[in-house]
Structure formats: C-alpha cells, structure tokens
Design a protein around this ligand. Structure first.
Ligand SMILES: *Cc1c(COP(=O)(O)O)cnc(C)c1O
Length: 353
C-alpha cells in the first residue's frame, strides 16, 4: 500500500531522489560506493560544489556576496555558532517557539540577549508583530517557521541590523526576498535531505567583526576558506541534499513548489475549518503552510480516527508533546494526493460520527 508520510522530520523525500541515493551507495564512481571514496576526489568535490551552487541559485542569491556551506551538528549547533561569530555585546531575538527559545538559551552563554517579542504567553500559537529592533545591537534572530506549533512568519521586518533566520522547516518552500537576510541556516532533514548536514547561507561581509577567538570548527570564515571541506563532510547527506535541490530546480524552482505547497495547505486548513470534529491550533493569519497543527473537538473519537488514519497508510501525524493533537507536515516532497487522502479520512470521520 502507498504510504503517506506526514512526519515532521526527518521526513518525506522525493522517490526519485531515494532511488538515485541508494544506487550511489553501491556504485557512485567506477564501481566504488559514494561512502568509500575520498571526499577530496574530483567526483565528490563536484558534488559539494554543485550542492553549494544550487542552494544559492534556488534562493536567488548568486553573485550577491553570499556563500553556502554544508556543515554538521544540526541546526542546534547553529544556535551557538551564530552567537560565537556575530555576538559582541547584545543581540535581539524574536521568540516564537521551542526552537527560538533554544537558540536564545545557547546565545545567552556568550552574551546579553534581548527578546524583542515573544508569543510564549499563548503557548506560541501566534507570531508577535509590531516590535522594534534596536539599531545598536549586533544582529536580530528569528525563526521563519515554527515546526512544533505550526506558525509561520508571513512578513519579515526591515531590520536595521544583520538579520539571522532559522529556516530549518520552510527553506525552499516559498518565495521570499532572501537578500533581506544576512545569515540563513537550515537542518537538511526537514525540506532538503537526510539528517546529518545543515545548510548555512551567509553574507561574507558580516563576518570577522567579533573580538573573541573562535574555534576553527565553529568559525564560518574557516569553513568558507576551505570550500566547506575543512574536515570530512557528511558525504551521503550532502549528496542526497544535492539530488533534492536538483529535483526542485527541474520542477521549476521555489516559485513552482510554492504553488503546490499553497494548494496542500488550503486543502487541509479548509477541512480543519469546515469539519466540526477538528479545531486548528494556531492563529489563522499565522498558519504554517508546512506544518498544520490541529486537535479533535471530541476526544472520544481519538481511537476511531487514529485507526482510520493508520488504515489509510498515513504515517507521522502525531503532534509534538508540547501541543498535543495532530500535526500534518507537508514538506516539498509530500504530494497533494497524500493531503487529499488525509482530508478524505477526516471527512469520513464526520460522516461516521
Ligand atoms: C528541527 C528544527 C531544529 C533542530 O534541528 P537539528 O538539526 O535537529 O538540530 C531547529 N530549528 C527548527 C525550526 C527546526 O524545525
């Protein structure tokens, strides 16, 4: 039976990408596996260069002073790496959920952090608006999509200071003016590839402004100078990410996938709004196109609904423990057909109940 994978991360990848990635494990270059060749060999250096170039090309950031890196340690390592490389006195953070909160906690180890606004008062079910960003701070940090709560920033401030954004769960999903950001980071496993690498896109001229000594592995400038090969890169994660970026380019890039993502979001949210058995979690104007969070209005139907979900081949629908209920993650590789299957189950429940 066809599986419909709504997992929040690691998550669904295009079938053609999984096929090519698995073939490369057996034979990547003249009978050698991708996993057993030198990362310094020409075939792999070409993979790394292509992945870096595709990331900048898809974001529309070629020739604009940005560099793309594929680093390790997940988005979580970026929480401290950003602070180490950019925090001199004080930085402003927008607190929109668990991941922002963790980013704040790590940066606080080094210096002073000011929360420009927070939606913690309502269990992060909305995005704060109308806050000020002090112009004498080192940088402003925000999280574009809150994977756990299902909220998404629809607008970004015109920041007077460098703007850093954790785009782990919605990068490459919608068109934005990416040149508004000075540093973007994203763990691969939400919308780009397998776990094990994190994309960092950084405007080179914002670096080198702090007085502290930065350990080499934590220093963006070191990674840039070594072409993202300062140490052995996670070859499989980078290769598979490259395949996904290529898949996206062939589909027509971000503008094409955004149309699909909007259709999927519209389909699920209209069911959540029209079906009296379900209730959305996040504030309507801030709803994420990537992660739709919702609960049942009648908990007595839990078992019936979950059995129906399972029987339909739907995987990964459980909400995060801090929100409860359900979360339908609809990343780029999830098809409209899969969302249709979930919506059919939801309306079938209404007919039965
Ligand atoms: C998943 C996620 C993270 C954490 O990523 P890791 O790669 O596991 O460290 C950080 N930020 C956001 C927005 C996420 O969705």
């Amino acid at each position: 039976m066809k599986r419909h994978n709504f997992s929040a991360g690691p998550c669904v990848l295009p079938g053609s990408v999984l096929q090519q990635a698995s073939e490369a494990i057996i034979n990547f270059d003249n009978g050698l596996s991708l996993l057993e060749i030198s990362h310094r060999s020409k075939p792999f250096v070409d993979v790394m260069e292509k992945a870096r170039a595709l990331a900048l090309e898809l974001l529309g950031l070629e020739g604009k002073g940005y560099k793309a890196l594929f680093l390790q340690g997940g988005a979580s390592t970026q929480f401290l790496m950003v602070a180490l490389n950019m925090l001199e006195k004080r930085a402003g953070y927008l607190n929109t959920g668990t991941w922002s909160d963790k980013a704040i906690k790590e940066a606080k180890i080094y210096d002073d952090i000011y929360e420009v606004a927070s939606s913690k008062d309502a269990n992060y079910n909305y995005i704060p608006k109308g806050y000020d960003i002090p112009s004498d701070y080192d940088y402003f940090h925000c999280t574009s999509n809150n994977t756990i709560f299902g909220t998404q920033m629809k607008e970004f401030p015109n920041s007077p200071i460098p703007m850093v954004c954790d785009m782990s769960s919605d990068i490459f999903s919608r068109e934005l003016d990416f040149s508004k950001f000075d540093l973007i980071y994203a763990g691969a496993q939400k919308n780009m590839g397998p776990a094990g690498t994190t994309l960092v896109v950084v405007k080179e001229d914002i670096l080198g402004k702090v007085s502290r000594k930065i350990p080499s592995m934590m220093d963006y400038k070191v990674h840039i100078s070594k072409g993202s090969m300062f140490n052995t890169p996670p070859v499989f994660a980078v290769y598979t990410s490259m395949l996904t970026l290529d898949w996206l380019k062939n589909l027509g890039g971000i503008s094409a996938i955004e149309k699909e993502n909007n259709k999927k979001a519209q389909l699920i949210y209209s069911e959540i709004d029209l079906n009296p058995l379900f209730k959305g979690f996040s504030s309507k104007s801030d709803r994420s196109t990537m992660n739709a969070t919702f609960t049942l209005t009648n908990e007595d139907l839990k078992e019936t609904f979950e059995t129906m979900v399972k029987d339909a081949g739907i995987n990964g629908l459980n909400g995060h423990r801090s929100v409860g209920g359900y979360r339908a993650s609809m990343y780029n590789a999830l098809t409209l057909e899969s969302v249709g299957t979930l919506v059919d189950v939801m309306s079938e429940l209404e007919r039965k109940a």
